[in-house]
Write a protein that binds this ligand. Structure first.
Ligand SMILES: Nc1ncnc2c1ncn2[C@@H]1O[C@H](COP(=O)(O)OP(=O)(O)OP(=O)(O)O)[C@@H](O)[C@H]1O
Length: 290
């Protein structure tokens, strides 16, 4: 469980984040989205004890990172910066990290297999591809069997099978009751895996909620026998209507209401499609609204 409460971090005169509050719940993948410089990394760095907040708190399983007894047993993180000594093998890297973190070494072989690096265990990490390095970073994050995973742009460098693997890994983690907080600007990728979304812009929360709720605020594409009467009828009902060629784009009413209103007006409907909003649309509409 991650709780970010009224978090503010000021650098000089810049508020990198301001009054940011959200929760990443157990059993769910929460996506933290924002443009470059919006405050994602600052939030994650504070959460992981790498920076101090000016105000507010960032809690993992109810405690600040630095108050956790064995932090690596609570939280595993994949951050953007590189991780390992290039001359070390993948296996040696994990042994070093386990020793530094006071963690057992007996899971290392299994973890290398779990992240698909069993054949590269004896290879120097300097010779790893970007995708292999990301896999090693994930294995490192999992060393302490944490129930909270924090992933900052983890898809960078992963090819499509790698992305699929990462999605499965996140799903398996939350299926076991774990918490995942993932930041990414790859919205189409993120859409396939997130349960909850937090959109941040200029250090502030712009929108937050379950993906199903945010994408459910969908638009209807409607083509009927008398477009003008339909448009007037929907507007009277409080819907927002715009015209796109020979279809009406209607927001603010359900498909059932749209059908009932048309029936009441005795206008036949030839086409009625509820368009679910993609993460990219949701992101653009909240980003533009500010
Ligand atoms: N150490 C720092 N000193 C001064 N300003 C900083 C520092 N860290 C971040 N900032 C500023 O705070 C704001 C938020 O930055 P942050 O790195 O959190 O954004 P981000 O959403 O992670 O962006 P990106 O996707 O580019 O990593 C930016 O305006 C940035 O310039």
């Amino acid at each position: 469980m991650i709780e970010i409460r009224e978090l503010t971090k000021t650098y000089g005169r810049v508020d990198a984040v301001r009054d940011v509050t959200f929760t990443a719940a157990p059993g769910r993948v929460t996506g933290l989205l924002g443009l470059n410089g919006s405050g994602k990394s600052t939030t994650l760095r504070i959460l992981l004890g790498l920076a101090r907040p000016t105000r507010g708190a960032a809690l993992i399983n109810g405690s600040r990172y630095r108050d956790l007894d064995h932090p690596l047993r609570h939280v595993g993180a994949v951050l953007e910066q590189g991780l390992s000594h290039p001359g070390q093998t993948g296996y040696a890297h994990l042994v070093t990290q386990a020793l530094l973190g006071g963690l057992a070494r007996n899971r290392i072989s299994g973890l290398l297999e779990y992240v698909g690096l069993e054949h590269a265990a004896a290879k120097r990490t300097g010779d790893y591809s970007l995708g292999m390095r990301q896999r090693l970073a994930v294995a490192t994050a999992l060393l302490g069997e944490p129930n909270v995973l924090v992933l900052d742009e983890p898809a960078n460098g992963l090819d499509p099978p790698g992305m699929g693997w990462l999605r499965e890994l996140m799903r398996a983690h939350t299926a076991g009751g774990g918490t995942v907080l993932i930041s990414s600007h790859l919205l189409a990728e993120l859409e396939q895996v997130v349960d909850d979304v937090v959109i941040i812009g200029q250090g502030r929360i712009l929108a937050a909620g379950p993906m199903t709720e945010l994408s459910g605020a969908s638009r209807l594409r409607i083509r009927g026998g008398d477009q003008l009467r339909l448009a007037q009828g929907y507007e009277q009902y409080g819907a927002t209507v715009s015209v796109d060629g020979d279809v009406l784009l209607v927001a603010g009413i359900t498909p059932e209401q749209a059908g009932d209103i048309a029936l009441h007006l005795r206008v036949p409907i030839y086409e009625l499609v509820a368009e679910t909003q993609h993460l990219e649309d949701i992101f653009m509409s909240v980003a533009e609204a500010r």
